[in-house]
Design a protein around this ligand. Structure first.
Ligand code: ADP
Ligand code: ZN
Ligand code: ZN
Length: 736
């Protein structure tokens, strides 16, 4: 390491990482220090020696070089988990573009001051017999406080310390000689708030199917041969979760820990309970509905070694396990694994890097692999395992039919349900079986547009259409701007202005009209805004309290309803027109997941996919559950248009309140990119206004660079970071 100064953080807590101190690296250490390393440094006026972590290096002193202190020594006590997380942060900073502080804040657990975290107990260390003898001794001496304490000890061997002091009014001074004489001991126990409170572990595991056994053995021996990540491609219901649990069992048996990532949306009590039944108190969860304190408790439990398994969404990736053995990423294709805030990391690559640093294995799994992951598996970056049959004996794959909505229109049916779907619904209701109706929310109505000029009512601050809310107002989902529904079109003045209804609510109304007897539940943003309502709706449906569940994306993930025999996908193609090169992939995976909800148990399942473009390859491949067919089509399209995963893409968002400034800087970036691109390895696109050109009165410009190799893009990124950026212009990278 040639730079003479190191940036050091002393206090490794989330809130303290802003305080970075510069230290000089002494000659004799300059070859030895590295990023993330734990070191000892003199600190404060008395030059007390404290532990710190190196988070960066610099060539220049930040103040008078004579006043900069020297690093004292390197701490040799193994690789601390903090050091590993610091190194991970450095990798994220480099790869995804952010400051070191932003990256550190992402990986380091938030430490909250916790109240009542620790409980102290007094524990009787002598026999009952001895206790009685002592009691009569102190009675004679008339020492009332000690008498009360000994009486209490006869009833209970363990007494909460607080109770002894407050209720028995025994002072610390009276307890002290007892402790010294070994009559009792003071112990500290953590009373962490466990989110599982009240549920009991039951144990019991299934015996694996042949396919599952092969996957488990394959994964474990692949890990023995080389340390590439493993990919598990298994159709919905093939029993991937059981495979994960078996591998986790082996990892835990070796004294290591495991992290299981699940998209928030499918983090249901059903999934969580399966893990809890297996691993009991040694498993915990984090999710966005926990308070900061609860989250922090769980991270602390992990750090102390009270847990073996952490389940949670993206951020659970940074659980501070000191001997991590495995990270599982289930439903790896989910977009939720990509962070929306800086650093815009992807959980998959970050997990692989964390595993590399920790010497742990990674398992990715899905029924519908993302094109990127599948491409990598094909190229040998991952070991690949497949499961093609459902795990439960009786459950076969559902039969799927596509209904052409254009034909319905021709036949005069303007309703939401095709004739075929309505017919199947009626039959299922007669047989007292359950129905799922899935509405692809992306792009679905909810806004108001003019029938005369065709324009939708837009937010004045953002370049998006306003959405109709239940209270009859229009709201902007980006900035919160609110306005009543206009009577006349703001663009042309026509009075022919109308809403398109709010999706799920409209479906509910239609169901009630067609099948007034049926019990209906609805699950969408409106009905699940309260804490716990999500689970309440799902358990009500699982308990058979309704015949039909209507919902958006939320209902298709990870649920197992044995009595559902019919799944209706109302408008399959809406997500096809949501824009972006991933639209086809998203549509395919949503349809496949939705279809996979039918016939999970012994009853045969039916799926009806209603579509305006029934011959689209995503829709067709989903109907025939043909992943490979879809994949080859998709990858060809990506190749032709030079999209990821075939090409790497660096996108840059330039924003400013001043439109000209944003535009000017975007142009500067472009010229910089052109100078990097002398050999023509990069394909440059833009700059152009972003698809949402303005949010909250801030203007947005996009610039893209594509390349088969990552190197030139990282170089370009470094050059862009080194440009002179004005204070009123911001930028954000995204590397795909
Ligand atoms: P996936 O995650 O691949 O969709 P799951 O792990 O959720 O599949 O399993 C689907 C269903 O099959 C669950 O109800 C699960 O309990 C059951 N199952 C999984 N493996 C077995 C097995 N080996 N024997 C019996 N039932 C199983
Ligand atoms: Zn108009
Ligand atoms: Zn707005």
């Amino acid at each position: 390491m040639l730079e003479p100064y190191a940036d050091v953080i002393i206090d490794i807590t989330h809130t303290a990482v802003d305080r970075v101190f510069q230290y000089e690296i002494p000659e004799e250490l300059s070859e030895k220090v590295s990023l993330g390393m734990k070191i000892r440094v003199p600190f404060g006026q008395g030059n007390r020696l404290l532990d710190g972590y190196i988070i960066g290096f610099s060539a220049k002193p930040e103040y008078d070089p004579l006043k900069i202190k020297k690093i004292e020594s390197i701490c040799e006590d193994g690789v601390a988990i903090e050091g590993q997380l610091v190194r991970l942060a450095a990798w994220m900073r480099e790869r995804y573009g952010s400051t070191m502080i932003q990256a550190l804040k992402t990986v380091l657990p938030v430490k909250k001051k916790l109240k009542n975290l620790e409980r102290r107990y007094l524990i009787r260390k002598i026999s009952e017999e001895e206790c009685r003898e002592l009691l009569s001794f102190y009675r004679k001496k008339n020492q009332k406080a000690r008498v009360r304490l000994l009486e209490a000890f006869l009833m209970d061997q363990t007494l909460p310390y607080e109770m002894v002091v407050q209720k028995l009014r025994v002072s610390a001074a009276s307890v002290k000689p007892f402790l010294e004489q070994g009559i009792c001991a003071l112990e500290t126990k953590n009373s962490f708030r466990n989110p599982f409170q009240g549920e009991k572990a039951e144990g019991g595991s299934v015996s694996l199917t042949e396919e599952q056994r092969l996957a488990v053995e394959g994964i474990l021996s692949a890990w023995e041969t080389d340390r590439r990540p493993c990919y598990l491609h298994g159709i919905t219901g093939s029993g991937k979760t059981e495979v994960y649990m078996e591998v986790i069992r082996r990892v835990v048996a070796e004294g290591k820990q495991a992290i299981v990532l699940i998209p928030e949306i499918s983090l249901t009590w059903q999934t969580v309970m399966r893990f809890y039944r297996q691993f009991g108190e040694r498993v915990s969860i984090v999710h966005s509905r926990l308070s900061a304190g609860e989250k922090s408790d769980q991270m602390e439990r992990a750090r102390r070694g009270d847990l073996d398994i952490m389940i949670g969404p993206r951020s659970a990736l940074f659980t501070p396990f000191s001997n991590l053995g495995l990270i599982v990423i289930d439903e790896e294709h989910e977009t939720a694994y990509k962070s929306e805030t800086v650093p815009k990391y992807h959980a998959i690559d970050t997990a692989i890097e964390r595993c590399r640093l920790a010497g742990a294995m990674t398992i990715l799994g899905s029924a519908t692999p993302s094109a990127t992951s599948y491409y990598r598996a094909q190229n040998g970056e991952y070991h690949f395992f497949q499961m093609k049959t459902r795990a439960k004996e009786a459950s076969a794959l559902p039969s799927v039919e596509i209904v052409d909505l254009r034909e319905e229109l021709k036949a005069g049916n303007r309703g939401i349900f095709s004739r075929r779907l309505a017919e199947l619904m009626e039959e299922a209701l007669k047989r007292k079986e359950q129905i799922l109706l899935f509405l692809n929310r992306r792009g679905y109505a909810g806004f108001v547009s003019c029938r005369s000029c065709g324009k939708a009512v837009k937010c004045p601050h953002c370049d998006v259409s306003l959405k109709v809310h239940r209270d009859g107002t229009l709201k902007c989902h980006y900035c919160g701007h609110e306005t009543p529904i206009p009577r006349i079109c703001p663009s042309c003045g026509s009075s022919y202005i109308a809403g398109f209804g709010t999706g799920t609510q409209k479906v509910e109304a239609m169901v009630k009209e067609l099948f007034p007897e049926a019990g209906v539940l609805r699950m969408d943003m409106d009905t699940t805004s309260k804490k716990g309502s999500h689970d309440a709706i799902l358990s009500a449906f699982a308990d058979g309290k309704a015949d039909i569940l209507i919902g958006t994306q939320m209902i298709v993930k990870g649920h197992d309803f044995p009595r559902v025999t019919l799944v209706g996908i109302l408008a399959a193609d809406l997500s096809l027109y949501s824009g972006g090169y991933e639209a086809g992939e998203r549509t395919f995976s949503l349809l496949t997941q939705a279809a996979g909800r039918a016939g999970r148990d012994s009853l045969p399942g039916h799926v009806v996919i209603q579509s305006y473009s029934p011959d689209n390859y995503s829709v067709e491949a989903a109907a025939s559950q043909d992943y490979e067919g879809f994949y080859w089509h998709e990858i060809l399209y990506r190749k032709l248009l030079r999209y990821p995963p075939v090409y790497r893409m660096l996108s840059l968002l330039v924003t400013s309140k001043e439109e000209e400034e944003a535009e000017r800087m975007a142009e500067v970036v472009k010229r910089q990119a052109e100078s990097v691109n002398e050999e023509g390895a990069l394909e440059l696109v833009g700059p152009a206004k972003a698809s949402v050109a303005k949010i909250n009165d801030v203007y947005r410009y996009m610039f893209y660079a594509k390349c088969e190799e990552e190197g030139p893009l990282l170089e370009l990124k470094r050059r862009i970071e080194a440009l002179e950026w004005d204070r009123n212009v911001q930028y954000q990278f995204d590397m795909e």
